[in-house]
Design a protein around this ligand. Structure first.
Ligand code: SAH
Length: 500
């Protein structure tokens, strides 16, 4: 039978694709069905037809799958950020194990039985909600010209006015409302993508879950906001659960070299307060959210937070300073488990020379440094390295050195010119994985162990194939669910040199 766009079909969903879509067949024709869960029987409308397969959208669930749950978020289908929110959480974790496994077999060329032997279950969250410490909300207009902020409706640039994403911090809503009210009262226009006119593009909110410190950064298409003091007043007067942050006192405390006013160890996660209000200047006609120039309007230019990890039952906490442009894991609770895993793979005894490539603000580097001889961190964003150095200082960690640059350039240079060795190399690259040149140099340096932390199991599989071909054995693979309700999964892998 020939299928056409807009045809209605009834089909049983037998599988799930890597993007969380349901996969089913009708008359031998495969359909990738949006908003369908494995085990559902649905009525779906065909949205696109290719030669041997097509795409469809669920119109009606006829018989719900046993894995189907009622989505918590009323905007679930429109937003598209949580691709698998309608799936039972336990099932989500199984889906992620399978996704990693399939990629290792199909892309990495690993043997299925071998993968089953070394792969551990994905580490899940106790409560898979409100786990994100960072959110970026676009600001714009609705159809009636009303000022709105919220989320882009899946794959479009229409804003759904939802200020309470259930993955983010509960305070975000109050903060967004305060910013909108400042904009309305002072006739501050939102940016219009189509024309490149207007001012406020995005609102970035970052929260230190351990410290309670909040950063609000407005991304603007200009140099300055009108009536900045009105914005500051609005934001600092929000009745958050905790007391007000005293910027002046904080500054004096810091300048006199004393402990920061906010001591993460002493703080409860409930004590939230805004400590930093900044603007990021982005005047480019681009989809990139943040501009490179940051100006502090009030308080500090950064927040502090801390991460606690366990190693052989012993608790270890490191404090971090985080600037608007620096990368910081978005799910701090699960990050603790991820880093604990990475650290155990490194098997440090206190003497090792360790490289931490793609180190960001030095998060993994500083934990490694506590147990290694010497750690070298490499990261391409200069602000992040500035944070990393400051982080080493505030934690009193001296056996670490940071370099700004691309891993694939810095590593070969340090190895070939300066002859620096490595006992252990840790990599935590962005989605595109490691550059070939970087992998090549890692192999040439012959570290005993390689720890690969990845946020994309497809590029991970590709890179692991190169490393294993080059003399390493994959010892363990474990996913950690940093991104519940979405199809993303973080993975930590331990590799050992065969002849070591
Ligand atoms: N390990 C850190 C950061 C991981 S995210 C943490 O857990 O917090 C990946 C980091 O790699 C980002 O900070 C990004 O800026 C950086 N990066 C991207 N491409 C790079 C490259 N070619 N060389 C070095 N760092 C790079």
């Amino acid at each position: 039978m020939e299928y056409r766009k807009n045809d209605l079909v009834t089909l049983c969903i037998e599988d799930i694709g890597n993007g969380g879509e349901g996969i089913g067949r009708t008359d031998g024709f495969t359909l990738f069905v949006k908003d369908a869960i494995m085990g559902d029987t649905v009525e779906a409308k065909i949205t696109k037809v290719k030669k041997n397969y097509g795409y469809a959208r669920t119109e009606r669930v006829i018989t719900p799958s046993a894995f189907r749950v009622e989505p918590e978020c009323p905007f679930h289908r429109q937003c598209g950020g949580c691709q698998i929110q309608a799936m039972d959480y336990e099932r989500q974790l199984l889906f992620k194990v399978r996704k990693i496994r399939n990629n290792l077999i199909r892309i990495g060329g690993f043997d299925a039985a071998f993968i089953d032997e070394i792969m551990e279950p994905v580490v899940g969250m106790e409560i898979p909600w409100r786990y994100r410490n960072k959110a970026q909300f676009p600001v714009g207009y609705d159809r009636n010209g009303g000022l709105v902020t919220g989320f882009y409706a899946g794959r479009t640039h229409d804003i759904i006015p939802n200020t309470d994403c259930l993955l983010g911090a509960a305070e975000n809503k109050q903060i967004l409302e305060a910013v909108l009210s400042y904009m309305k009262e002072n006739q501050v226009p939102a940016y219009r993508e189509q024309t490149g006119e207007g001012l406020v593009r995005h609102i970035l909110i970052r929260t230190g879950f351990a410290s309670g410190e909040i950063m609000v950064c407005l991304v603007i298409n200009g140099k300055k906001l009108p009536k900045e003091e009105a914005l500051i007043r609005k934001l600092t007067e929000i009745p958050l659960k905790a007391g007000r942050f005293d910027a002046q006192k904080d500054k004096e405390q810091k300048e006199s070299g004393k402990e920061a006013l906010v001591n993460p160890e002493a703080d409860s996660a409930a004590c939230r307060r805004i400590v930093s209000i900044t603007v990021s200047i982005n005047r480019e006609r681009t989809n990139v959210i943040m501009g490179k120039e940051i100006r502090v309007l009030w308080g500090r230019g950064y927040i502090e937070d801390s991460i606690r990890i366990l190693r052989a039952g012993e608790e270890n906490r490191v404090r971090f300073r985080i600037s608007p442009l620096s990368f910081y894991q978005v799910n701090p609770g699960q990050t603790e488990k991820l880093y604990s895993l990475a650290l155990s793979c490194a098997e440090l005894t206190g003497k090792e020379i360790v490289w931490d490539l793609y180190c960001g603000i030095g998060t993994i580097s500083l934990f490694l440094a506590r147990y290694a001889g010497k750690v070298y961190g490499v990261e391409v964003i200069p602000e992040a390295i500035r944070d990393a150095r400051e982080n080493a200082r505030i934690n009193g960690i001296e056996n670490v050195e940071f370099y700004v640059g691309r891993a694939e350039e810095v590593l070969p240079e340090k190895y070939k010119k300066d002859g620096i060795r490595a006992d252990v190399i840790v990599v935590d690259p962005p989605r595109k994985g490691c550059d070939e040149k970087c992998l090549e140099t890692m192999l040439a340096m012959k570290p005993d162990r390689i720890v690969y932390v990845s946020c994309d199991s497809a590029t991970l599989a590709r890179d692991l194939a190169v490393l294993c071909e080059g003399g390493y054995e994959l010892k363990k693979v474990q996913g950690v669910d940093l991104f519940g309700m979405t199809t993303h999964v973080e993975v930590a892998c331990c590799l050992q040199r065969k002849d070591s």
